[in-house]
Design a binder for this molecule. Structure first.
Ligand SMILES: O=C(O)[C@H](O)[C@@H](O)[C@H](O)[C@H](O)COP(=O)(O)O
Length: 239
């Protein structure tokens, strides 16, 4: 099932996603499970995290949510470039999570021999937590159609026997990153694309077209269902 929901503008989109996220986490907890969410970086995602923090989210026990990342910039742990910085400052530190349930990707100044070893360490962490079936995967979308750090025509698009991979030549800076693979991102009970702005309209249209190539538009490699496209009118303008 693929749903497309549209909001007039980015603030409207952010508050709708924020409310839906709180509802979803509370529902999973009501089923007696600890929800497991793969977070994304990006402008609209950061706006959503701030919107969640501004909500009354007392229906969620934030100490019983596992947080993972779909991708991370491979820079020092205290760099403001990291995807986990915004969500940490704007949401996780505000609502009070259990640090043991915050599974940040390795940083470049940690004791891993290299980027590939750091990605392998994250893969191992996912495996140790039951192989990583997520309740929800959140994904931003680049104007080139990338999701997480899976970029057009990059070799990571073709790897289906790994969970996490290093990327050395991201066209979006910084160049070094760790990304989950399609195989890992598709092991989820739901996926939400979060997309705002006219600069993403073509990528949204390519991702949702009846035909097209994953190499040209990596978002097409996300096949888990249900998937929901949360769009503002600008992002939806080429549909
Ligand atoms: O590390 C990153 O940058 C991301 O995780 C990336 O996949 C992002 O979500 C999209 O590029 C959208 O980002 P924007 O909303 O900032 O355009």
């Amino acid at each position: 099932m693929v749903d497309i929901v549209r909001y007039p503008d980015a603030p409207g989109l952010a508050s709708a996603v924020a409310e839906a996220l709180v509802t979803r986490l509370a529902e999973v907890q009501a089923e007696g499970r600890v929800p497991s969410v793969a977070l994304t970086g990006g402008t609209i995602a950061d706006e959503i995290y701030r919107a969640v923090a501004a909500l009354d989210s007392s229906a969620v026990d934030w100490t019983r949510v596992d947080f993972w990342w779909g991708d991370e910039r491979y820079v020092a742990a205290d760099s403001s470039d990291r995807n986990d910085k915004g969500v940490g400052r704007d949401l996780l530190d505000v609502v009070g999570v259990d640090a043991l349930r915050v599974h940040a990707m390795p940083a470049a100044d940690e004791a891993h021999p290299d980027l590939d070893a750091a990605a392998a360490a994250y893969e191992q962490a996912v495996r140790e937590h039951g192989g990583g079936e997520f309740d929800l995967v959140l994904l931003g979308l680049g104007p080139d159609g990338h999701v997480a750090s899976l970029f057009p025509d990059h070799p990571q698009l073709d790897v289906d026997d790994a969970i996490a991979l290093g990327v050395t030549d991201s066209p979006k800076p910084p160049p070094e990153r760790i990304t989950l693979t399609f195989a890992a991102l598709n092991r989820t009970r739901a996926v939400w694309f979060l997309v705002s702005g006219a600069g993403k309209a073509d990528a949204v249209a390519r991702a949702l077209a009846d035909e097209g190539s994953v190499h040209e538009t990596p978002a097409r490699g996300i096949t888990a269902e249900p998937r929901t496209w949360w769009l503002d009118e600008d992002a939806a303008s080429a549909l």
